[in-house]
Design a binder for this molecule. Structure first.
Ligand code: EPZ
Length: 417
C-alpha cells in the first residue's frame, strides 16, 4: 500500500487548478443509462471512484472509454440490471444505478450497502422514493431487488435532506408516467448539475436550485454531452492548505459561490480573499482565530470539509468546537491529528479543539477520503516528517494531489508499497 512522506513547515505559493467534481460526475455517469447511445462527459478527473463506476457501467453492458479527461459512455448494449457486492462494497455510490435501471428497464438488483468509515449510512430514503414511484422492493441475501413494469409519478416528501436519495429519485422519475413532485430535495450543486444533464437528455425537471422539484415524465431520453462542474471540496481543501501553511495561493477553475460557507468561516478565522470570476486568491492570517462550525446540508457548511477545517483549527489561537450533524461518526481523523500533537477531545459528534502553537510530524493512518486529505494538510503544517499510510483513500477523490502540491512547493513524495 502506498504511503505519503511529507516534510512539513514549507510555505506554498502559486496557482492550483481544480479538477472536475467526482460527486457530480458519479450520478451523471449513471444517468447515461437512461438513454440508448453515446454520451460524452468533459472535465472528468482520473480518480479511482470514477474508474470503479466505469467498471460498474461495463458490468451493466455499457462501453466506456476514458481519455484526456473525457469520458465516453455508450449505453446501446446496456441491460444487465445488477450492481454486485464486490463493487457496491467498495463504492456506496453504486446505489445510484437503482433509479436509472428501474426507469429504463423496470428492474434493478443492487447489493445492500454495508457500513463505512464515516458511519452507518442507511439507504431507506432511496428505497422509499422508488416505492413511491411504484417499485416493489424486496431485500434478500444481502441484495435489494426492485421491480416495476411502469414507474408512475407521485409525491416524494423526504423526511431528511439526502443528496443521494434526491439524485436517485430524479433519475427514476424522469421516465415515469405523469408528474412527480419531490419535496425537501437536496440543494447541493451536484444535484443542480445532474438536473442540467437530465434536462439536456430531454427530461422535464423544474425547480432547479430549490427544495421543491417538479418532474414531468417523458417517454424517451437521448444521450447528451456536458462539461462537468469543478470540485468544490477539492477547492476548499486547497484553500485550507494555504491557510494552514500561512501561504498566499490562487485556486483557479472553481466556482467560488459553491464554497461560500467555507469562505465565510475562513474570513472569521482571519483569512482574506480576492475573488476574480472562477478563481480565488487567499491571504492567510498571521494568527488563526478559533471559529466554531456545524455541518449542515448545502448551502451551509459541508460535512466533506469538516475534517480539513478541523485540522486548521488545531493551530488556532484558542478553543472552538466542530460539530457534524450529517455524519455524526465522521471523526476518525481526530485520533490521528492528536498523534501529530493536536489537542482535540471528542464527545459524540462534537469535537472540542484547543489550538496549539505547532503540530509535530509523526506516522499516521488515513481512514477515509476526507480524513486522508486532512492528514496531508496537517503534515504540510507540522514540524518534521509525517508519514501517512493507506493513502489509497485519497486516490478516490483528489486528482494528482502530490503533483499539484509539489508544484506549489510542498515537499511530499509517494512511496509505492
Ligand atoms: C453524498 O453522500 C456524498 N457522496 C458524500 O460525499 C457527502 O458527504 C454527502 O452526500 C453529504 O453531503 C456522493 O456524492 C457520492 P446523503 P450521500 O444521502 O448521498 C442520511 C465524500 O467524502 N440518510 O446526503 O450518501 C445520511 O445518513 C462523501 O465525497 C438517511 O438517513 O449522503 C446522512 O445523515 C462521502 N437515509 C444524511 O442523510 C438515506 O436513505 C445525508 O446523507 C440516505 C441518507
Amino acid at each position: 500500500m502506498d504511503k505519503f512522506i511529507i516534510k512539513g513547515g514549507r510555505k506554498l505559493s502559486g496557482e492550483v487548478e481544480i479538477s472536475g467534481a467526482k460527486n457530480a460526475i458519479l450520478p451523471i455517469m449513471v444517468a447515461t443509462l437512461l438513454a440508448e447511445g453515446r454520451s460524452v462527459l468533459h472535465n472528468v478527473p482520473y480518480l479511482n471512484d470514477i474508474k470503479m463506476m466505469a467498471h460498474l457501467l461495463r458490468v451493466i453492458g455499457a462501453r466506456v472509454e476514458f481519455h484526456d479527461n473525457i469520458l465516453e459512455i455508450d449505453t446501446s448494449h446496456a441491460g444487465y440490471c445488477e450492481a454486485p457486492y464486490e463493487l457496491v462494497s467498495k463504492m456506496r455510490a453504486s446505489i445510484y444505478v437503482m433509479g436509472p435501471l428501474l426507469g429504463r428497464f423496470g428492474k434493478a438488483r443492487v447489493s445492500f450497502p454495508g457500513g463505512c468509515a464515516i458511519g452507518t449510512r442507511p439507504v431507506d430514503l432511496h428505497l422509499e422514493a422508488m416505492e413511491a414511484l411504484g417499485a416493489k422492493i424486496e431485500i434478500e441475501h444481502g441484495y435489494i431487488n426492485a421491480n416495476c413494469k411502469n414507474m408512475k409519478g407521485n409525491k416524494i416528501n423526504f423526511s431528511k435532506v439526502s443528496v443521494g436519495a434526491t439524485a436517485n429519485a430524479l433519475m427514476a422519475a424522469v421516465l415515469a408516467q405523469g408528474e412527480t413532485n419531490i419535496y425537501n430535495a437536496a440543494l447541493e450543486p451536484e444535484i443542480d448539475s445532474l438536473i442540467d444533464f437530465l434536462n439536456l437528455m430531454g427530461a422535464r425537471i423544474e425547480g432547479k436550485g430549490t427544495s421543491q422539484l417538479k418532474i414531468t415524465g417523458v417517454s424517451r431520453l437521448k444521450p447528451a454531452e456536458m462539461e462537468m462542474i469543478p470540485d468544490r471540496i477539492e477547492a476548499g481543501t486547497y484553500l485550507i492548505a494555504a491557510a494552514i501553511t500561512k501561504s498566499e495561493l490562487t485556486v483557479s477553475n472553481c466556482i467560488p459561490e459553491h464554497i461560500q460557507a467555507l469562505i465565510n468561516r475562513m474570513e472569521d478565522a482571519g483569512c482574506l480573499f480576492e475573488i476574480m470570476g472562477r478563481s480565488i486568491k487567499i491571504f492567510p492570517p498571521r494568527i488563526i482565530t478559533p471559529v466554531d462550525i456545524i455541518t449542515q446540508p448545502y448551502p451551509d457548511f459541508p460535512t466533506d470539509l469538516q475534517a480539513q477545517f478541523l485540522a486548521l483549527m488545531t493551530l488556532a489561537d484558542g478553543q472552538c468546537i466542530v460539530e457534524d450533524t450529517i455524519f455524526p461518526d465522521r471523526f476518525m481523523h481526530v485520533a490521528e491529528l492528536n498523534r501529530l500533537d493536536a489537542d482535540i477531545s471528542l464527545d459524540k459528534n462534537i469535537a472540542t479543539i484547543n489550538g496549539v502553537e505547532t503540530l509535530s510530524g509523526a506516522e499516521v493512518m488515513a481512514t477515509d477520503l476526507r480524513a486522508s486529505a486532512t492528514l496531508v494538510l496537517a503534515g504540510l503544517a507540522a514540524r518534521g516528517q509525517t508519514t501517512i499510510s493507506r493513502i489509497y483513500h485519497i486516490d478516490r477523490g483528489y486528482e494528482h494531489i502530490e503533483e499539484k502540491l509539489k508544484k506549489l512547493g510542498a515537499d511530499i513524495k509517494r512511496v509505492r508499497g
